[in-house]
Design a protein around this ligand. Sequence first.
Ligand code: FAD
Ligand code: UDP
Length: 398
Amino acid sequence: MVGAGFAGAVMAERMARVAGMRVLLVDRRNHIGGNAHDTVDDAGVRIHRYGPHIFHTNSSDVFYYLSTFTAWRPYQHRVLASVDGQLVPLPINLDTVNLLYGMNLDAAGMVGFLDGVAEAREPVRTSEDLVISRVGRDLYDKFFRNYTRKQWGIDASDLDSSVAARVPARANRDSRYFTDRYQAMPLHGYTRLFERMLDHPNIKIMLNTDWREIDGVIPYGEIVYTGAVDEFFGFRHGPLPYRSIDFRFETHDLERYQEAAVVNYPNDNDYTRITEFKYLTGQVHPKTTVVYEYPTANGDPYYPIPQPQNAARYRLYREDAERERGVHFVGRLATYRYYNMDQVVAQALATFRRLQRPGDDVEPSVAASMTGPGEDRAPADARSLIGIVMGTAGGDQA
Ligand code: FAD
Ligand code: UDP
């Protein structure tokens, strides 16, 4: 199992608990959890090392599966954006428009307002098309144009519509960032959740290890690979572009630093947003830690960049991946998809189910129907289909 993020951890857990296999999980980082890893900083404040991770899903399968390993803290995420010298709700809603334009619209008035400013775009292909067709050019300029350029290093007119579609616009006063059915944070953090998922005698963990270092040294049956797919194939079709982020943390001798969990800065500064972790975790502490996100082209690959030419290049890698016997590609980087955590969990569960029943053609984005850990052992022939690590390796759980 290459990679101890959500994709690798779910696959390892299912293979060990359900299929009774022996799994060696390797990660080149010094911790489990992948980009969802959290830790406590020097001041004692719980932080997310790779930026804010808020759990939300509409999938009961995913939510109940993860609930096996964690209790939850109900949490509704709210974001403010700093625009024209004011902090206003994002997604754009009735209050956002009233505050920005000094109006006093009700919901019906807001619908009329949006109808008046929205510009028809046919087809809606890019993020610019999408936002302008929803809220018109002025709101696009205030919230999306510069933020997107900062975040992605390209113009919204060059970016697939699915990117900006993540952020809706509303005629009501709902100020939640997400409206999913399940919204909660793991009560004791993500790392604890991962520890519990991976706490099984069949799972061995090797950190600080690139899988290539042990390839040919430790025998294995098959591989589940959750790293970057272009790297796996030695960049043979050229590198897939990714966006990275430089995270800069600051601890302040204050209970509260800002008015919301996340404040976005679309138009000012080189950073896109500031997150204050205590809102997310509910931690009570006399100090507070925040993180500033500075997007960059260099560094760890965090975001696949949804553009047609990148999708075309990824298809070449995907064809190679499909031909690669005994290797299964799962996760955000391995399938080059701008997936949230719950989508990665759903994809891993579906992949596991497909491996157990090779005849099934399960859509990876559809959550598999679940059985609880420890139930259902896979038939013997299925066990040989899914990667089995023959040896054990040193290195203990984090
Ligand atoms: P990863 O977590 O990237 O794990 C892959 C692992 O593989 C890594 O640990 C890596 O070290 C390891 N690896 C790679 N190559 C090798 C190798 N050669 N040898 C050994 N190990 C290797 N999702 C949400 O649902 N909500 C959010 O609020 C949210 N916020 C986010 C904020 C940021 C800034 C980012 C970047 C992402 C955010 N996400 C969020 C997305 C979320 O992080 C991912 O969906 C999820 O963590 C992906 O899991 P994964 O297992 O596919 O990949
Ligand atoms: N976006 C924007 N302005 C904002 C917030 C988001 O232009 O204030 C656009 C931007 O292109 C961003 C995308 O919407 O990359 C998706 O935002 P989201 O908050 O989902 O990004 P993530 O949390 O994945 O970084």
